[in-house]
Design a protein around this ligand. Structure first.
Ligand code: ADP
Length: 367
């Protein structure tokens, strides 16, 4: 193998048609050239890690058969193949391979489609999950409405069914709302039209949205830490994220407990935490709770009107703002979720002088 050549394999004297060498070296795809005796005479460096060749031979029998056909009838052909990554790879790569005649040689062009296929699978799973999740309340509503029409002469039963219908339609509304939020979060970049957001306002708005539920359960809400911090981003998204954390803290805690919201600045990062004294999360589930529709206890989540999308939304809000969300939890003791968001640079001056948003904007514009 020549060190200066762009090829990873060169079986003796190059026997490529004139000009082919230059064109091949400019290609982005992985490529392999087979001679009339099925020997690899040239290949791009990536053909080796793709597991297409070993020594001067093609590793994939299907491709070899197709290459012979192409040499015979001189027609271009395409084939999708799955090959283990590298010589001893256990992970499979999905490659789209195009075979074309090149004089008396055959040229193979391979594109790695693994990531695209994986994304397709995730999308398919998501659509299947959504359909399943929506079917449950819709099915329940259909059954309940039948029950109502069959109980026209029993007002008590009608009232009972009506309450359950309200519950199911509420779930349906929440689910649709969360799905819309999630798709907006995935398509909007809050940093493109970022505003300076006062963290105190975010916390106050989120608490405002859930304080009645907390009061009904006699759960005390406390806010601790620093005031006057700000971040760059979208207030609606941030309030949605914090509200979801607070709603979970209420839903997964017994009555008469306490939820503490903490706000701290640490190394230019605003750490916003929501700590509860609830049921906690088993360690084996901690990694998965941010996945869409993942629930530790599906029955409990449903009973509290959970959609299984709350934490997935929080994760996207954090990522959209250049931050992250972390969790600490101990079963039977409680959980703490922490949003870490880059602090707005104006904070230092804003902290010391004035915490009004207008001043911070002026500072930023003056720079
Ligand atoms: P859900 O709508 O089911 O609450 P989330 O995405 O908000 O969905 O949360 C996923 C799962 O993580 C929940 O079903 C629950 O099992 C667990 N969870 C989330 N927050 C808490 C918490 N504060 N305490 C205990 N478990 C929690």
């Amino acid at each position: 193998m020549s060190e200066t050549s762009p090829t990873s394999f060169d079986a003796g004297t190059p026997t490529l048609p004139p000009g082919a060498e230059a064109v091949l070296s400019a290609l982005r795809s992985a490529w392999v050239v087979l001679d009339s005796r099925d020997r690899v005479v040239r290949s791009s460096p990536s053909a080796l890690p793709y597991g297409l060749i070993r020594g001067d031979r093609l590793r994939v029998d299907n491709l070899l058969r197709l290459a012979r056909q192409v040499r015979r009838d001189r027609e271009v052909r395409d084939l999708e193949v799955e090959v283990p990554r590298g010589h001893r790879g256990t992970e499979l790569l999905v490659l789209d391979v195009r075979l074309a005649p090149l004089d008396d040689h055959v040229l193979l062009l391979a594109e790695d489609q693994t990531a695209v296929r994986r994304l397709d699978a995730v999308r398919r799973d998501f659509v299947a999950n959504v359909s399943h999740e929506l079917k449950t309340p819709v099915g329940a509503l259909a059954l309940l409405s039948e029950a109502v029409s069959g109980s026209a002469d029993d007002p008590q039963a009608v009232r009972r069914f009506a309450v359950r219908m309200q519950h199911e339609s509420h779930r349906l509304t929440m689910m649709v709302q969360d799905l819309i939020s999630l798709s907006r979060l995935q398509s909007n970049d809050p940093l493109r039209e970022a505003r300076i957001i006062n963290v105190d306002d975010v916390v106050a708005e989120a608490i405002d949205a859930i304080h009645l539920e907390a009061e009904a359960r006699e759960i005390r809400l406390e806010v601790r830490g620093q005031h006057g911090l700000s971040v760059l981003g979208d207030e609606y998204q941030l309030v949605t994220g914090v509200r979801n954390l607070l709603a979970n803290a209420i839903n997964y805690s017994p009555d008469h407990t306490r939820i503490t919201v903490g706000v701290h600045l640490s190394d230019d990062v605003v750490e916003l935490s929501v700590a509860d004294q609830g049921i906690g999360i088993p360690e084996r589930d901690l990694e998965r709770i941010f996945e869409r529709f993942y629930r530790v206890d599906p029955a409990r989540s449903r009973a509290t009107g959970g959609t299984g999308l709350g934490l997935s939304i929080v994760k996207h809000v954090a990522a959209n703002h250049g931050g992250e969300v972390g969790v600490w939890s101990s079963e039977g003791t409680g959980s703490t979720f922490t949003l870490r968001l880059p602090a707005h640079r104006g904070d230092w001056r804003v902290l010391g002088v004035n915490s009004s948003q207008e001043d911070a904007t002026t500072d930023e514009e003056d720079r």
